[in-house]
Design a protein around this ligand. Structure first.
Ligand code: 13P
Length: 252
């Protein structure tokens, strides 16, 4: 059975004290009110990882980094390796977020190195894909996303691919308040699943969790998650308020 997953991506928000407080609040709400079959993940800044791992019940809530280095170790000032992330007790790492591709020049080549290191270190990559507005307007989103996947995760051996979570995040919907409609989300998620099936077979495609990201909120989560190919969400802004995040988790 493929997993239902709601993952928060805090991005560059919350100082350490605020982060601990938020993680504690999410932990309590999830313990008391969330359905057990929804996997909950918190994607937090690097410096928060250790403390958030200590704060939450890690049997119930997964902790994720938002990036990792493309090199295993060495003279790369300011970088944080996949091994370091793993050593905090985190289990996930978000890779290929559009903000990292756009602002930090992350290419498919760089992402392939990060994916390999994350997997080697036993982290579950939450691999992001998604098109910018002009591509959507030209109705070329399927080709765009296919290329992103073909250049990266489709090159993994099937046993490694099976460990991934995919997040489809249309760039035009991120932080804009403009959500993909439920139909738009279902259509491209179904397309992504179909190309996974072509590449790795039906069974692997059926088992792969594909999350939607982009202005997902308590008010639209239910409709988005009701689609048969939408297996949850990667949540930015609304993950910064514990009640809103819980509201999204309850969208299932
Ligand atoms: P928003 O939910 O703030 O639109 O962000 C989505 C996102 O980028 C999650 O990774």
């Amino acid at each position: 059975m493929r997993k239902k997953i709601v993952a928060g991506n805090w991005k560059c928000n919350t100082n350490l004290q605020e982060g601990i407080e938020l993680a504690g609040a999410v932990n309590n709400l999830v313990a008391n009110e969330a359905a057990n079959d929804v996997v909950v993940v918190l994607g937090v800044p690097f410096i928060h990882l250790t403390k958030v791992v200590e704060t939450v019940d890690t049997n119930r809530i997964g902790v994720s980094a938002q990036n990792c280095a493309a090199e295993p170790k060495g003279a790369f000032t300011g970088e944080v390796s996949a091994e370091m992330v793993k050593s905090t007790g985190a289990q996930y790492v978000i890779l290929g977020h559009s903000e990292r591709r756009e602002y930090y020049g992350e290419t498919s080549e760089v992402l392939n190195k990060k994916l390999a290191l994350a997997l080697e270190n036993g982290l579950t990559p939450i691999y992001c894909c998604g098109e910018p507005l002009e591509v959507r307007e030209a109705e070329a989103q399927n080709e765009f996303v296919k290329k992103q996947l073909e250049e990266t995760i489709f090159n993994l051996p099937v046993d490694e691919f099976k460990k991934l979570v995919i997040a489809y995040e249309p760039i035009w919907a991120i932080g804009t308040g403009k959500t993909a409609s439920s139909e738009q989300a279902q259509e491209i998620h179904a397309y992504i699943r179909s190309i996974i099936a072509e590449k790795f077979g039906d069974e692997v495609a059926e088992e792969t969790s594909i999350l939607y990201g982009g202005s997902c909120k308590p008010s639209n989560a239910k409709e988005l998650f009701a689609n048969k190919d939408v297996d949850g969400g990667l949540i930015g802004g609304a993950s910064l308020k514990a009640e809103d995040f819980l509201g999204i988790i309850k969208g299932f």
